[in-house]
Design a protein around this ligand. Structure first.
Ligand code: MN
Length: 236
């Protein structure tokens, strides 16, 4: 499928979702898609030491990325929901309830970026891992090889215009590589994310300046947490 076709379909799904969500206003927060997960509105600790991903990602980059950018999204979410019914919602519920609603875009962006970074940290590993079990079999089935998958994912992440994310997802039982723009998340488009690569400039600029391809390639070759992706695949 071309990226244009994907974009059109994504837009259509987003429009339908927005219509459905508008109709849900007033519905109890707890009824909204709890199967997506239940992340609290507090920033989880980094799952590794800030130096642990060097030399692929420096401690300086990780410290700014986690301590300033990611924390800033959580701060914005908490400020926006304070004293409202969403104060007791999960991150996932806020994302689903605000997606596609123009007047809720600032809250959606902050909540989705908080979620995306939670997922990104878990997609990375200081120690080498490789796909195993059902995920390894599905990679061979759907891409031919791990190298072919990495090539497709690198291409999608590197060619994403502007800010966004590269993803390995499952859709209708099949593995797929996609990219999203800004804060957008595959689970809003019927896709279950398995792992993600942040390609906002703040993710790599201190270490790689404009060389996004070098950052993406090094990340995919050396620090992907395939065990995390495998657990997500088993649960999908
Ligand atoms: Mn980021």
């Amino acid at each position: 499928m071309t990226s244009d076709a994907t974009a059109r379909r994504g837009f259509l799904q987003l429009s339908l979702a927005a219509t459905a969500l508008a109709a849900q206003v007033g519905q109890a927060v707890a009824e909204v898609q709890p199967k997506l997960g239940a992340s609290p509105l507090t920033q989880p600790p980094l799952p590794f030491d800030p130096k642990a991903l060097e030399p692929v990602i420096s401690a300086e980059t990780l410290s700014f990325h986690y301590g300033k950018h990611h924390k800033g999204y959580f701060d914005a979410v908490n400020k926006a929901v304070a004293g409202t019914p969403l104060a007791t919602a999960t991150l996932e519920q806020i994302i689903v309830q605000t997606a596609g609603l123009a007047e809720r875009a600032p809250l959606f962006n902050a909540a989705a970026q908080a979620w995306n970074h939670n997922f990104y940290w878990q997609s990375l590993s200081p120690t080498a891992t490789s796909p195993s079990g059902a995920l390894a079999a599905a990679i061979t089935r759907d891409f031919g090889s791990l190298d072919a998958l990495k090539k497709q994912l690198a291409s999608a992440a590197i060619s994403r215009f502007g800010s966004g994310w590269g993803w390995l997802v499952v859709e209708a039982g099949k593995l797929k590589v996609v990219s999203t723009s800004n804060a957008d998340i595959p689970f809003l488009h019927g896709q279950t994310p398995l792992l993600t690569v942040d390609v906002w400039e703040h993710a790599y600029y201190l270490d790689y300046q404009n060389r996004r391809a070098d950052y993406v390639t090094a990340l995919l070759d050396k620090i992907v947490n395939w065990e995390f992706a495998g657990r997500n695949f088993d649960a999908a």
